[in-house]
Design a protein around this ligand. Sequence first.
Ligand code: 5RP
Length: 224
Amino acid sequence: MNQDQLKQAVAQAAVDFILPQLDAKSVVGVGTGSTANCFIDALAKHKAEFDGAVASSETTATRLRGHGIPVYELNAVSDLEFYVDGADESDERLNLIKGGGAALTREKIVAAVAKTFICIADASKLVPVLGAFPLPVEVIPMARSHVARELVKLGGDPVYREGVLTDNGNQILDVHNLSIVNPAELEAQINNIVGVVCNGLFAARPADLLLLGTAAGVKRLTRQ
Ligand code: 5RP
């Protein structure tokens, strides 16, 4: 199977997992990226079996609406059983790096509200230690240089993602050359830098279930 087929397989596995637990009032949290797009397309075939979705980005909201799935503001939803999203990296404990698509802040907010966070990814995303993928950090534009200097003090090499504005009107620094042995500690440290909106480490709120697409089929990993 190629990478696209693996993404489609995990997307379908996520639909198969959540569908029996949805009813006509259910609202599903939906992530951003190519794997999340596969999930949206697979979920859309069952749009009569749930109420609607909360989107983690404008791009995802557009794709959901294109399928005729109602999109709700998170503020209008009190109960979110599932959040389904991809990742740039996952370790065995289901700590994640996300934000390759610059949607990390809204992704983290929707994940925080959901009871169950299901991460869907092809096998290339599972790593022993996070950090080979540059860690995205969303920053308030006027604080970008200050935040970059502080990230250097933490041992990283931040690179400004030029030409990209997040859905929140902010900028992204991608931090290279971090070997993240304590993801929860680093997540908190980076969040403490003035001017940081959010960083792409999902360790305080990791995934609950990782559906991993492998040549041997979809593996289910739960947080140990
Ligand atoms: C977007 C994300 C994505 O989930 C992450 O970049 C993975 O994307 P893809 O499924 O295209 O590999 O965090 O901000």
